[in-house]
Design a protein around this ligand. Structure first.
Ligand code: ADP
Length: 162
């Protein structure tokens, strides 16, 4: 049985993240999308909210589940018995960061492979921060997030003036 974890902030989950998880689900028996509790980023959703949105988003994917974690990613991956850590690549800018992370993680846990996947071209420019910005201006985000995430973002920004 092969198990991969796909860690991230998922603040919030987008169709780009889900595209990567669908691809990973074809390669591994089980994929755990793992919400990191304390990313070095400003968050508009709590860990519980990010996890709940992720759980709803992966309901239709039988071998994908969502969890949250607080420890070092490789420690969490080891504890789950993962053989791989999955990440997504959009542009060369992502590559620089992911390459550095792969070197660190593979040094700390040589038995866990770092696998990067490319999403469909429709999602190359999609990021959680872009989704949040579009939502804050009331722009259409239905093409880049699941309906329940769109509703949550509308709720967050409904009282903000644009
Ligand atoms: P992090 O804070 O760990 O970067 P994110 O939630 O922003 O967490 O992203 C998690 C992973 O998903 C990262 O590897 C990121 O590059 C990847 N990712 C995010 N959006 C997309 C997308 N639209 N297409 C492909 N990969 C993506």
């Amino acid at each position: 049985m092969t198990l991969a974890i796909y860690p991230g902030s998922f603040n919030p989950v987008t169709n780009g993240h889900l595209d990567i998880s669908r691809r990973a689900a074809r390669l591994f028996d089980t994929v755990i999308m793992a919400v990191f509790d304390r990313p070095n980023k400003s968050l508009i959703f709590s860990t519980a909210e990010r996890l709940e949105m992720l759980r709803t988003a992966v309901r239709g994917l039988p071998n994908v589940r969502a969890e949250s974690y607080t420890e070092l990613t490789v420690a969490y991956a080891r504890q789950r018995g993962a053989t791989a850590i999955v990440r997504g690549l959009r542009t060369a800018a992502d590559f620089e960061y992911e390459f550095q992370m792969s070197q660190i993680n593979q040094t700390l846990a040589p038995e866990i492979d770092y696998v990067t996947l490319m999403s469909d071209h429709k999602y190359t420019f999609v990021s959680s921060s872009m989704v949040r910005e579009l939502a804050s201006y009331g722009a259409d985000i239905s093409w880049i997030v699941p309906p329940h995430v769109e509703a949550a973002l509308r709720h967050v920004y409904k009282n903000k003036t644009v």
